[in-house]
Design a protein around this ligand. Structure first.
Ligand code: SF4
Ligand code: SF4
Length: 347
């Protein structure tokens, strides 16, 4: 696959042509003094120098709320779930690692056609980070750079981008760019330097072990009943902000609604979060994680042990730092918790 060097105005022309085509084009835009993914109306709106988006791009594969099927009594049910063709521009490496993890999860066990159909219709133009956010710790989690999941990866080189195509879709896209030269060995060397620097720069909270050691840490007998869960959870509002902003949280709730005429209805799903009080409530109003500390611990165990056991040991925290920023009581940072455990527990 090819690596091209594109002047920034050439790349902007490419984005403008995509916007003029019949497909949806989403990119990172300014929202006040923050940033968010949204539909692009012009190439000038695109901000690839952003630090972090308010919400991760997972909402384009797994919307906050979606109808799964509609039915009529006595009739057949109709499967819903639209999967429009779209291009997503400006995904940072840590968010792409999260998408790669979700791709694995939604393709295994019960193949989730709603997620997978959307994912398969999305072309991803990823970009290396230019401006580190105040709470990012991707450097500690091994997610400051990424080597798969994108169709094109852009690296900012001042007045131009190095653009690497990784798929046929990516190649087709780059072929549309007029005046794109092949990258020289010096350009590729300069890109390696950016990657090396980003591993250092994107590390505002330093984890005191290798990410691969986290499941081993959480497996230690003394961890499950460690005082850290009560210490932190005593300040937890169970507000769900930390799970809502997380690119690796994918839990959802499924509900059936029957219309007033009792003849038709629909099944829908919406994001849910394990820190919310009713997440583990089952029939009969039994809640098997009634205490805040149990829910707080579950979130950390899910990121560091349960999900990794499904996806070959990858830690389900990519160090985006969004939960750190979103938590009003400053208790959600997984690094603080793992480091606190490491003070008391030998691995
Ligand atoms: S850890 Fe913070 S963000 Fe998460 S539920 Fe508790 S108070 Fe809310
Ligand atoms: S746990 Fe926090 S830092 Fe880790 S991926 Fe989720 S939101 Fe980002």
């Amino acid at each position: 696959m090819s690596i091209k060097k594109l002047k920034k105005d050439v790349f902007n022309d490419l984005v403008a042509a995509l916007i003029d085509s019949d497909q949806r084009v989403v990119g990172v835009k300014a929202k006040g003094d923050r940033f968010a993914f949204g539909d692009l109306e012009s190439a000038d709106e695109l901000r690839l120098d952003y630090d972090v988006t308010l919400l991760p791009p997972k909402k384009f594969m797994l919307p906050q709320m979606e109808t799964l099927l509609k039915y009529e009594v006595g009739g057949e049910y109709k499967s819903a779930g639209e999967a429009p063709k779209m291009t997503l521009i400006g995904v940072h490496p840590y968010d792409l690692v999260a998408i790669n993890q979700m791709d694995e999860i939604f393709a295994q066990d019960e193949y989730d056609k709603y997620y997978m159909n959307r994912r398969n219709n999305i072309t991803i133009i990823a970009c290396d980070v230019v401006t580190p956010s105040k709470n990012v710790f991707a450097g500690s989690m091994g997610t400051a750079t990424v080597d798969k999941g994108y169709d094109v990866l852009l690296t900012d080189m001042g007045d131009s981008y190095l653009a690497e195509a990784a798929t046929d879709k990516g190649e087709e896209l780059l072929a549309k760019a007029a005046q794109a030269d092949d990258a020289s060995p010096q350009d590729i060397e300069a890109r390696s330097k950016v990657w090396q620097e980003n591993k250092e720069k994107l590390n505002k909270h330093k984890l005191n072990c290798e990410p691969g050691d986290i499941p081993k840490l959480l497996d230690k007998e003394e961890v499950y009943d460690h005082p850290v869960w009560e210490e932190k959870a005593s300040m937890c509002y169970s507000c769900g902000s930390c799970t809502s902003v997380c690119p690796t949280c994918y839990c959802f709730d499924v509900q059936d609604d029957v219309e007033w005429n009792l003849k038709e209805g629909k099944r829908w799903r919406a994001w849910d979060g394990c820190v919310l009080e009713n997440f583990a409530t089952v029939t009969g109003e039994h809640n098997f994680r009634k205490q805040r500390a149990q829910r707080f611990r579950h979130r950390i165990f899910r990121k560091g042990k349960y999900v990794p056991s499904k996806i070959g040991g990858q830690i389900a925290c990519v160090g985006c730092g969004r939960c750190v920023t979103a938590c009003t009581t400053d208790i959600a940072n997984p690094v603080d918790i793992y480091n606190r455990l490491l003070e008391d527990v030998k691995i």
